[in-house]
Design a protein. Structure first.
Length: 573
């Protein structure tokens, strides 16, 4: 699909509103014609006919009404077109966010965070001008010049001919300029996306850069990227100013020719065609209409850059959308019986030797997995992993050996290249506790509720109490209703981990996946985590923990270790 086709597809749902906006623009243009006619008639009556004030009263009132109605039409057009553009952008943003959720942590790991944020904000915002200005103006740029040309033809066909002959020059230069503007805008978007990602990476690694004394090098890199973006922006501006200058030149020449023709015709120096019949009214009427004939075309030329900007953004957004659709298709194939089987297939699976399946709920089993990550190939092979209800399963291994990758696969966020994952058939929900835990800019209560949005207040407070959140929340101004995050109270690492643990308690998911739950915790918070893991096991939950912390070994019923990119069971002596 071409970017222009993608833009047309996205705009189909708001076509009625775009047509209404164009209608308001046409009405405004017709009011301009009426305004020019009334002004010319009043001047003619005063100068040539010597009309009285009483005879001029009605046309003057009509002129005032026309002048007042023009801004009304402009406001209505702007409101309708902006609403249509907002609808399109909201729908596109929602769909791309859904695609980002479909890609999951594994899919987004191969993308730069700053680039993704740029696409979801700046590039989607770049669609605004196309729908709110360019699309309605296309209709106005055809109807109004045609109406003015017909009106001018009724007064003087030679003047109308000048307008009609000069009109095609503007669309011609618009097309020539647009060929390069689209490419320049695409390059500009790519440059700002790279710069966003580069800046975010430097901010995230500022501590490391200071430790190794590379802050100046990082600063130079950001300055170089900023200078590249400046140069690309100036190229776009040069094209915009050059095209505007060319269009203004041809419009000015055409208006000047018409003015010279009307002036010499009124003075009697031109006796060809309808020139001898020119009056002050007809000559002034045509002369007032001449700039308005070119104005819709000039406005369209200005908004043509909005089209080029939208095309450049659409091409990049289509790439992100295609990644999300591919991931969604892979996931649907997986759920339909692809490489990761679940659901009823578990009920037909024979339990492993010595495996327990209390109450028929079944456990979690992965067999013959090969897990890949973009740019790294196969990072981990899993001959077999078994986790039964009530078990705490510990996956050990140094950093970078694939522990998180395995958790992503068990959560259904990463499709294995080969192999089979079978989850509890009665309830396949999975809870994830990452490291570091995510804390939203909301209240503590709302943060805990992320674990289970439908949880009651009593269940939520009970989970907060078990995780030790109540202990520090009581010292905050509003307790659990205290705002935290960027716009609220800051939480320490241990406090954030307790909030994440409370999410696990409030969640009804039978499978809990934890990534380094005890990393960098104080002794008190570590105790809360260990007690919480024991409580989850008592409830019959399956708890899979990825960590190299030795304190977790004694509490785990089953242990696995990653050696040479292969998961192996650990047999206690």
């Amino acid at each position: 699909m071409k970017p222009s086709e993608w833009l047309a597809r996205e705009g189909r749902s708001v076509t009625p509103r775009l047509r209404l906006a164009a209608l308001y623009g046409v009405i405004e243009g017709l009011l301009i014609i009426a305004q020019a006619g009334l002004i010319a008639w009043l001047v003619h009556q005063v100068v040539m006919a010597g009309a009285s004030l009483n005879a001029l009263l009605t046309p003057a009132i009509m002129l005032i009404l026309v002048v007042l109605l023009r801004p009304v039409a402009q406001i209505l057009r702007a409101r309708v077109s902006i609403a249509a553009s907002s609808t399109v952008r909201q729908r596109v943003r929602s769909r791309l966010i859904d695609h980002a959720e479909t890609l999951g942590p594994a899919g987004l790991a191969s993308r730069d965070t700053g680039e993704t944020a740029s696409q979801l904000t700046e590039q989607i915002s770049a669609l605004d001008g196309y729908y709110s200005r360019y699309r309605p103006q296309m209709t106005v740029a055809v109807v109004i010049p045609l109406a003015i040309a017909i009106t001018a033809f009724t007064q003087d066909w030679i003047a109308a001919l000048f307008l009609v002959v000069s009109a095609p020059l503007i669309p011609l230069f618009m097309a020539l300029v647009g060929m390069g503007a689209e490419r320049l805008n695409r390059d500009q978007f790519e440059s700002v996306a790279r710069l966003s990602g580069q800046f975010l990476d430097r901010v995230r690694g500022l501590t490391t850069l200071r430790l190794f004394g590379r802050v100046d090098d990082a600063t130079d890199g950001i300055l170089a990227g900023s200078d590249e973006y400046r140069q690309r922006s100036m190229r776009v501006l040069r094209v915009a100013f050059l095209s505007s200058a060319v269009l203004e030149f041809f419009a000015s020449v055409a208006i000047a020719v018409i003015a010279i023709y009307i002036g010499f015709g009124l003075l009697g120096y031109i006796e060809f065609g309808p020139a001898p019949e020119l009056t002050l009214f007809s000559g002034l009427f045509v002369l007032l209409l001449a700039p308005e004939f070119f104005q819709p075309l000039r406005t369209l030329a200005q908004h043509y850059h909005d089209r080029a900007t939208a095309l450049g953004a659409a091409e990049l957004l289509m790439g992100f959308e295609a990644e999300g659709e591919t991931a969604a298709q892979d996931r649907s194939e997986t759920e339909a019986g692809g490489p990761t089987a679940c659901g009823e297939s578990l009920m037909r699976a024979a339990p492993a030797a010595g495996a327990r399946t209390p109450d028929g709920h079944g456990g979690l089993r992965a067999t013959d997995l090969k897990l890949e990550r973009p740019g790294r190939g196969i990072v981990l092979e899993v001959p077999e992993l078994v986790a039964e209800p009530g078990e705490r399963v510990l996956i050990e291994g140094p950093s970078g050996t694939g522990k998180t990758t395995l958790l992503l696969a068990l959560a259904g966020l990463l499709s294995p290249s080969t192999g089979d994952i079978r989850r509890p058939p009665l309830d396949q929900r999975t809870a994830w506790l990452g490291a570091p835990p995510f804390i939203a800019s909301a209240t503590l209560r709302e943060n805990i509720r992320l674990g289970y949005p439908d949880a009651s207040d009593d269940a939520l407070e009970a989970a907060a109490n078990r995780a030790g959140v109540i202990e520090f929340a009581e010292r905050l101004p509003a307790g659990l209703d205290t705002g935290v995050g960027e716009r609220g109270v800051g939480l320490s690492g241990g406090q954030a981990q307790r909030v994440a643990l409370a999410r696990a308690f409030v969640s009804p998911a039978p499978v809990i996946l934890l990534d380094e739950p005890t990393a960098a915790l104080d002794a008190e918070t570590e105790r809360y985590v260990l007690d919480g893991l024991s409580a989850l096991a008592t409830e019959g939950r399956i708890t899979v923990i990825a960590s190299h912390d030795r304190v977790l070994r004694d509490s785990a019923e089953r242990r696995y270790q990653i050696r040479h990119a292969r998961l192996e069971p650990v047999v206690d002596e």
